[in-house]
Design a protein around this ligand. Sequence first.
Ligand code: HEC
Length: 131
Amino acid sequence: MKHMSKLALFGLVFGVMAGSNSAARAQGMPVNPNLAKRGRELFLIRSCDACHGIGKGRRAGPDLLGVTDRRSQEWLRKWLKDPAAMLASDSLAMQLKDEYKGVSMANPRLTNSDIEALINYLADATRKARK
Ligand code: HEC
């Protein structure tokens, strides 16, 4: 009996650890569902989808699947606030500029809350596409 319960405890702890690891990997940043919903609307209204797919390959701009994993939220905030300033000063942005010759993203003129909504949407769409 004593032996059994130790085994059960081990199984439980191991299961929880394994579960939380894969959950963290699949989820990335925590998502606020209301912001994600608003971000999805903005992504369409502001025609981001004209240049960006999410998991559908590159268009005029990079595919945004996983962008919230490969960039920090801080980087994304700065990018969406002022792409031109980033293209002139940030090494990652300069690499993108080299890769996407001919088209540069114009300043989308977003408010800070629009930017938060869009970042939540990108994280949410990434998570859903990977399920
Ligand atoms: C006219 C086409 C165009 C539109 C419209 C556009 N983008 Fe972009 N975007 C680009 C290009 C091109 C790049 C790559 C950097 C560069 O050359 O300017 C980029 C880069 C990005 C990146 C960084 C990608 C990475 O891999 O780090 C994000 C995030 C992004 N755009 C989000 C948006 C959002 C959100 C909108 C809508 C508000 C939007 N873009 C509208 C063309 C566009």
